[in-house]
Design a protein around this ligand. Structure first.
Ligand SMILES: Cc1ncc(COP(=O)(O)O)c(C=O)c1O
Length: 476
C-alpha cells in the first residue's frame, strides 16, 4: 500500500482534473488514472470514492466515472491547521476503508463480500420495509436493547439456554465487534486472533487500542493447544474467532476441536467473541451449532450478522452475552449510538419470518455453491501454480496462495489493470504475512463473470511473474 502522501497527491490531482472539466464529463478509466499517477489502483479507487463522497464525481456502474452535474459552490478552505489539532492516531488504518470502497465500474468485483443485487431478496425487503415504515410508533424510540420480538427470534435461533434478555440489537456485525473490543477490554490489553483474520476485526481491535496476539490456524480452524499457549503467555482475556467459514480462509472449526477451544478459553478466564458472520450460508450441508450454544457461563459473546444472507444495507445484527458482560456491553453500546432505527429492526424481523425467507436461503445457497464451484474449477484450470488449500464448505470467499516469491502488490495492481478487483492478502494478517495471498470473493459476481475474471487474473499473474501468455489468453 502506498503511503498516505500518495493518496493525498492523487486526491489533489483528481480535484484539479475535475475542476477543468464541464459537469457530466467522463473521467479517464481506472487504468488510465493509475498509469497517469503511477500509484496502485487501490489508491486511485480510494481517491475516487473520496471525491464521490464530496459530491464532485459520480460513478455509473458499467459506464464509468463522471464529473457531477450539480456542484455545490465551494470555497477552497485551508484545513492544514487540523494536522496539529488531530495529532497522530496510528491505530486507525485505511484497510477497512479500502475494502469497502465501491468497485470501480470498469473492474470485475471479486473483492466485495456483499451479495450483488441479483442475490438479494429485494421483493421481501421492499415489502418488509414498506410495512415497517407504516407501523404505528415506527419512528418512535424503541427499547434501547432492541425490539423484543426480534431479540426473541434471535435468542431462539441460538438455542434453549438463551432468552431475549441476552440479546442486544446492533447496527450490523461490525458495530457489535467494535463494541466487544471497546467494552470487554481496555486500551493496551491483548486480544488473541487467528492469522489471517477478518480485516474489520483487526480494525476494531486496533481502534480500541488492543494489541493483537496472532495464532496460526489450519483448514480445521484454530489449534486448541496453540490457543491455550497464547492465552497463557499473553494473559489475554479476549479471543476473536469465526468458527464457521472464516473470512478469509474459509476454515470451519472441526468438531473435535470445539470442546478443547472452549476449555482453553474457560481455563484462561477469558471471553471468546464468536463471529457467526455467514450464518445460513453453509453450502455443503449443515455445520455444527455455534460454540455459544454449548456455553452456559458467559464465556462466549456471540455475534450474528444479517447482512451476508440478506443485503449489506440491512444494518442489523445480534450481540449476545450473559452476566455482567451483557450489562457492560449494553451500557457501552448505548453510549455509542443509543439504539438501532426501529424501522430497520421491524423490517429485519419481517424478512426473517416471511414465508419466502427459507426459499430465499435455499436459492441463495444454490447460487453461491454454483459460483464457488465455477471459481474453483476456473482457478484449477487457469492457475494451477496457485494453491487453494481449502474449498470452503460455506461463506463467500476463496483464499488463494500465490506462487512462492510472487509480488502480491504487483499482482493486485496488474489484476486491476486487467479489469479485476481482488483483495490483497497482507491486510488480513495482524503481523508479517507468511506469503503472498489473494482473497477472491464470489458474493458479487455471477459464474460467467467469475470465469472472465479468472482469465484476466491469470494474465495478470503470468505477466507479473514475467511470463507471457500465448495467444489472446481466452478460455477455450
Ligand atoms: C467476518 C466478518 N465479520 C463481520 C462482518 C461485518 O458484517 P456486518 O455487515 O454485519 O457489519 C463482516 C463483513 O464483511 C465479516 O466478513
Amino acid at each position: 500500500m502506498e503511503h498516505d502522501s500518495g493518496y493525498v497527491a492523487v486526491v489533489r490531482e483528481l480535484e484539479r482534473l475535475v475542476s477543468t472539466r464541464p459537469p457530466g464529463a467522463a473521467l479517464p478509466s481506472m487504468r488510465e488514472l493509475q498509469q497517469r499517477f503511477q500509484v496502485s489502483s487501490l489508491t486511485v479507487q480510494r481517491a475516487l470514492s473520496t471525491l464521490a463522497t464530496r459530491g464532485l464525481l459520480v460513478t455509473r456502474p458499467g459506464r464509468g466515472t463522471f464529473t457531477a452535474t450539480h456542484r455545490a459552490p465551494s470555497r477552497a478552505g485551508d484545513s492544514a491547521w487540523q494536522t496539529l489539532a488531530l495529532g497522530s492516531r496510528p491505530n486507525l488504518t485505511a484497510h477497512l476503508e479500502e475494502l469497502l470502497a465501491p468497485t470501480p465500474p470498469d473492474l470485475l468485483p471479486l473483492a466485495s463480500a456483499f451479495l450483488d443485487e441479483g442475490l438479494q431478496p429485494l421483493g421481501l425487503l421492499a415489502a418488509a420495509a414498506a410495512r415497517a415504515a407504516r407501523r404505528p410508533h415506527g419512528w418512535s424510540r424503541p427499547p434501547v436493547d432492541g425490539l423484543e420480538e426480534l431479540r426473541s427470534y434471535l435468542a431462539d435461533e441460538l438455542g434453549p439456554s438463551y432468552r431475549a434478555d441476552n440479546v442486544l440489537v446492533t447496527a450490523g456485525g461490525q458495530a457489535a465487534l467494535a463494541a466487544a473490543c471497546r467494552y470487554l477490554a481496555v486500551p493496551g490489553d491483548p486480544i488473541v486472533l487467528e492469522a489471517p483474520t477478518y480485516i474489520g476485526a483487526l480494525a476494531a481491535a486496533r481502534g480500541a487500542g488492543l494489541v493483537a496476539v496472532p495464532v496460526p490456524a489450519d483448514q480445521h480452524g484454530v489449534l486448541p493447544d496453540v490457543l491455550a499457549d497464547a492465552l497463557a503467555r499473553s494473559r489475554a482475556r479476549l479471543v476473536y474467532l469465526q468458527p464457521r467459514h472464516a473470512n478469509p480462509t474459509g476454515a470451519t472449526l472441526a468438531a473435535d476441536r470445539r470442546q478443547a477451544v472452549l476449555h482453553a478459553v474457560q481455563r484462561a478466564g477469558a471471553f471468546l467473541v464468536e463471529d457467526d458472520w455467514v450464518r445460513g450460508l453453509d453450502l455443503d450441508g449443515p455445520t455444527p451449532a455455534p460454540l455459544a450454544a454449548s456455553d452456559q457461563d458467559g464465556h462466549v459473546v456471540y455475534i450474528r450478522s444479517l447482512t451476508k444472507p440478506v443485503a449489506a444495507g440491512l444494518r442489523v445484527a445480534a450481540l449476545v452475552a450473559r452476566g455482567p458482560a451483557l450489562t457492560r456491553l449494553r451500557r457501552g453500546r448505548i453510549t455509542d449510538d443509543l439504539f438501532v432505527a426501529p424501522v430497520l429492526q421491524h423490517a429485519a424481523l419481517d424478512v426473517l419470518t416471511a414465508p419466502g425467507w427459507n426459499r430465499h436461503l435455499t436459492g441463495l445457497r444454490r447460487a453461491l455453491r454454483q459460483r464457488r464451484d465455477s471459481l474453483v474449477a476456473a482457478l484449477r484450470t487457469d492457475l494451477p501454480e496457485c494453491q487453494l488449500h481449502l474449498v470452503p464448505a460455506g461463506g463467500v470467499h476463496l483464499w488463494l496462495r500465490l506462487p512462492e516469491g510472487a509480488d502480491e502488490t504487483a499482482t493486485v495492481n496488474a489484476a486491476h489493470q486487467h479489469g479485476v478487483a481482488v483483495s490483497p492478502g497482507r491486510s488480513y494478517f495482524p503481523a508479517e504475512p507468511p506469503g503472498p495471498y489473494l482473497r477472491l470473493s464470489y458474493a458479487a459476481a455471477a459464474p460467467a463473470t467469475l470465469l472472465d475474471a479468472v482469465t484476466r487474473l491469470a494474465r495478470a499473474i503470468h505477466q507479473t511473474a514475467g511470463r507471457s501468455v500465448k495467444g489472446d489468453g481466452r478460455r477455450s
